[in-house]
Design a protein around this ligand. Sequence first.
Ligand code: ANZ
Ligand code: ZN
Length: 819
Amino acid sequence: REEYSFAAIEKRWAGYWENNKTFKAADDDTRPRRYVLDMFPYPSGDLHMGHAEAFAMGDVVSRYWMLRGYDVLHPIGWDSFGLPAENAAIARDAHPAEWTYNNIATQRSSFERYAISVDWDTVLHTSDPEYYKWTQWLFLKFYERGLTYRKKSQVNWCPKDQTVLANEQVVDGACERCGTEVTKKALEQWYFKITDYAERLLEDMDALEGHWPERVLNMQRNWIGKSTGATVTFAIEDGPEIEVYTTRPDTLYGATFMVVAADADLAEQLVTDDQAKDLAAYREELKHVSDIDRQSADRPKTGVYLGRYGINPLSGERVPVWASDYVLADYGTGAIMAVPAHDQRDMDFARAMDLPVRMVVDTGEDNPEDTGIATTDPGTNVNSGNLNGLSGQEAIDKAIDLLAAKGTGEKSVNYRLRDWLLSRQRFWGTPIPIIHCADCGLVPVPADQLPVQLPTDLHGQQLAPKGKSPLEAAEDWVNVECPTCGGAAKRDTDTMDTFVDSSWYYMRFTDSNNDEEIWDRDRLDRWAPVDQYVGGVEHAILHLLYSRFFTKALYDMGLVSFTEPFARLLNQGQVLNGGKAMSKSLGNGVDLGVQLDAFGVDAIRLTMVFASPPEDDIDWADVAPAASLKFLARAWRLAQDVQYSDSAPGADPSTGSLNLRQTTHKVVHEAESLLDDQKFNVVIARTMELVNATRKEIDNGAGAADPAVREATEVVAQLLSLVAPYTAEDMWAMLGHEPSVSRSSWLEVDESLLVEDKITVIAQVQGKLRDRFEAPADISDDELEALARDSQNVQRAIGDQQIRKVIVVKGKLVNFVVG
Ligand code: ANZ
Ligand code: ZN
C-alpha cells in the first residue's frame, strides 16, 4: 500500500483543475448563482502568508457553495498599476510593465499550486489597455455628469514620492506608502465629487448591518463624519460678514471671540492693515508645522488677532476676530464662534491669548471660568437671554428659531468627508483622457479614441520624481490635435489614483473579456453584486468607500441595477509571527514557499483555517502544520481502507452502522450552519471528530467495507475539499469516483438520523417524586418548569393547592412547593 505523501498527491493533481476548467462559472441559468470575490492582489512579488490566508478563507466559501450546487463565479486578476512598479523601473532602468508582468506570472503559478478554485478565464490586469480603456470611459461618464471636476487647492503632497495624496492616503500625517511626512502644495487637480453621495453612503450602511463587520461600518461612519448643527452669520464691523458652523448654537451667548482658519483666504480678507504683517508672519510659520501637530490637542495654541470685531447675532455683543491653525480651512465654513467655557480647544486658546470665558450652560460641574476645564455635558442655560432655563435639544432648537427669525442662521449638516482627489503625478497609472486646448478648454478624448495608451518608450530615470508628471517628458505623446477645433493641444499628463481602477473591477469581472463594451448588462445583472467579499480591514475606508461611491454613481447613470457592491464582507485576520506583524526589520518573516515545500499546500491551508475564526489573527509561532499533515494522512487512509475493501460506490448506506451514520449526518447538518456563520475552524474540528469516529468503526466495528464507512469517508473528502483540495481529490478518486470532488453532490441530511442529546428530568411535589420525563439537553429553566407543570401526575399531586415556590435544578429536577 502507498503511504500518504503530499508531494506525490500534489504531483498527481497538479494542473488538473486549470486544464479541466473545474471552477469555470457556467452562467447557465439552471442553477442559482453566487459571486465570491477575494480582494485582488497587487503584484508586489510572490504570494505571501497574508495572501495565503485571505485566499484560503475565500476559497472555503466558494468551494462550499459549489458543492451545494450553486453556479459560482470566483474570479481572479491583478491590481497592477501603482508606485512600486515605477520605483522598481527607476532602480533597474526598465519599464514598469516588465516588473509588473513578471511578478504577475510568478504569482499566478503560485496561485495554481495553492489550488485556489478560481475561474482562470476571468483574469484581468488593471494595467492592460483592454482594462484601462474602460476606466477612462468611466472617468468620462463621471465627467459628463459633473462628478469629476478640477479645482485648485492646497493638496497633500508627499515630498519623497513627489506626488499628490488623497486624504485617505495620509495616515497620521504621513504618506501611507513611504511614511514620509506629508506637506501641502497648491495645485490644480482632478476630483471626484464623492461628497454628493455622503448622505447615501451613510444611510445605505444600515442595510449592511450584520453583513459587514461592525468595525468597518463604524470606520466608514466616522470617516463620513456627519454632524448636525447650524450656520450662524456674524456681521463684522467695517468688513465682510462671516458664517460659522456650530454644533452648539445653544452656547451662542458664551461666544467670546471668533477664529478663522489662518490659511484660508478669509483670514486675508478680514485682516486690517495694522495686523497684516503679523498674519503674514504667522502663515509663514505654519508652513513648517505638520498637519499632525496642527491638530494635536497637546500643542500650545497659537494665533494672531486680525484687528476686527464681529457682532453676536443674538446678544449684539462685540467679539474680537482671531486667526489660528486649530481651525481647519476646509471644514464647515473655515470659521468658528469660540465658546471657551464649553469647548476645550477654545478654552486653551482663550487662556493662551487672555480672552474672556463665560459659562452659559450650567452642568452642575465646577465653573469652567475658574477651572479652565470646559464643560461639555448637557445642562441648563444661564447668562443666555431668551434661552435661559432651557436645556439640551430644546435650547438648540430655540436658538435656531431665534436666528432664523432674524435671518442670521439656519439648521445645517456637515460631513467630514472630502471630495476624492484622483490626480497623480506618476507614470504607471491610467492616463486621464482629457485634452487641454487653449481655445476649447477641457476636451474629453472621444470614446472611439480610447484607450489613451501610456507611451512605451519611457523608462528608468525618465520616470524619476521631479515634482511634475513624468508623462510631460513624452512630447510626441503630449502634443495632439484638439478633437474639437483641430488646433494644437496637449494631453493631460496626470494619471489616476489606482483606487479608481479597483473601484469597479468587481463589475468587469462578470465579463472580463468583453472588447465591445464595458460589460454586457444582462451578464452583469446576473452576477453582481458580490455575494461574499473577502479582504483585509486595511481597506475599510479607502477601497470599500470608493467602490460604494462608484456603484451608486453608476446606478444613477443607469449603468447598473444595484446600489451596493458587496452584500457580505469578511475581513480575515493577519498572520503574525511571535505575536507581531511580519516585517523585514523584525526579521520575523515566514516565507510561504518554504512552508509549502515543508508541509504541502493542504497542510498549510488547513492550518490557516483551523487556527482561529477567520476574522482573528493567526500567530504562526503557535500553530502546528506538522499536526495538520498528520491529520490529513489519517483522513486519507480512511479512503485507502475503503478502496482496499469490498465496498463499492453507490452501496446503500442505510444497511450500514447506524451509530456512524448518526455521527456523519450530524456533522453535515452542523457544518451547514457553521459554514453559513463563517465558523470555518469549527467545521475542521467536526471533520476531525468524523475522521476519528470512522477510524473506530473500521478498526473496532463494522469494518472498512461497511456502507456507512463509505458514506462517512465521502463526507470527509467533501469537507476536506474546502481546505485541502489535493488530499480531498485523491480520496475521492480512491473512493472510486470521477473527479472532481468539487463537482460532487452534497450529502442530503436525513433528519431521522439527527438524534438530539436528551436528558431525564425528575418532577417533584413537596420533594416527593411524581414524574420523570425526557427533555433536550440544552433546555432552559423556564421551559423545564413549563414541561413539569404540564405533567398529569404533577397536576394530580398539586390538586387545588397553591404553588408557593418552584425550585428548578438546571437540567435535573423541578420541585413544586405547595400549601
Ligand atoms: C461652538 C461650539 C460650542 C462648538 C461648544 C462646540 C462646542 P463636529 O462635531 O466635528 O462637526 N468647528 C467648526 N468648524 C471648525 C473648523 N473648520 N475647524 C475646527 N473646528 C471647527 O464639530 C463641530 C464643532 O467644531 C463646531 O461647534 C465648532 O465649535 C468646531 F460648546 O461651535 B462648535
Ligand atoms: Zn480646441
